[in-house]
Ligand binder design. Sequence first.
Ligand code: SF4
Ligand code: SF4
Length: 116
Amino acid sequence: MKGLLVNYEYCTGCHSCEVACKKYLGLKENEYGIKVSEIGPFEFSNSSENPKEKWEWHFIPSLTKACNMCEDRVAKNKMPMCVQHCQAWCMYFDEVEELAKKIDGDTRWALLAKKD
Ligand code: SF4
Ligand code: SF4
């Protein structure tokens, strides 16, 4: 099964993946194939002295029913539109088993897949 892997530690919330996907799928204004959600900002009261660890504020994309994993592009050995247009180069496309091997213990990742 193919999937998308996002290292959302580096996602800037630029929404380029959303826009590229909407254009590719020809979706209406409030329809999405991939949607970026904002989590936070909120502060942890019991955090360490490191200011970076004191706050939670990140962005994370998720797939909708409209996503077809860019099957026609992939059949031509092209990258999915969302991956190709990711401004932070934090999205990957491959077999989910291969993607899982990229997940390290240092940063936060989301593995996205959907049934056929
Ligand atoms: S894989 Fe293709 S259809 Fe799915 S979210 Fe990315 S651009 Fe949209
Ligand atoms: S294009 Fe990349 S950096 Fe921008 S919102 Fe999507 S996943 Fe995040």
